[in-house]
Design a protein around this ligand. Structure first.
Ligand SMILES: [Zn+2]
Length: 110
């Protein structure tokens, strides 16, 4: 959404509906925003499908519900164990990304 569009939408009602020209401009902006919304929704659905495919391809039919990414076995899901040196107790970035991808593929994240 452009700043011009944002400004037009934020216009007071009396100004937006004050003339035939401003009403037509407002309608045109509404139509453009609807088209943009539909495009973004389609892109979002496509990305969810990609995330679901990636998760299924990497982990096959055995999608972990443990909270750890494939190949990781933290005692506390998504947190580095005490014997991981400087990473101990810190959030694991791979597990975080993995869990986000799983949730997005399941339609739980946007
Ligand atoms: Zn991890």
């Amino acid at each position: 959404m452009s700043e011009i569009t944002r400004g037009a939408i934020g216009m007071p009602f009396e100004m937006a509906m004050g003339s035939e020209l401003s009403r037509r401009q407002f309608h045109s902006i509404a139509q453009a925003l609807l088209a943009e919304r539909d495009q973004l929704k389609a892109e979002n659905e496509a990305l969810r499908g990609v995330m679901s495919a990636v998760v299924n391809e990497i982990h096959g039919a055995h999608i972990s519900r443990s909270g750890n990414a494939p190949g990781h076995c933290h005692s506390i899901p998504g947190v580095w164990d005490a014997d991981n040196g400087a990473k101990a107790g810190k959030e694991c970035a791979w597990c975080k990304v993995w869990n986000y991808a799983v949730a997005m593929g399941n339609g739980e994240k946007s």
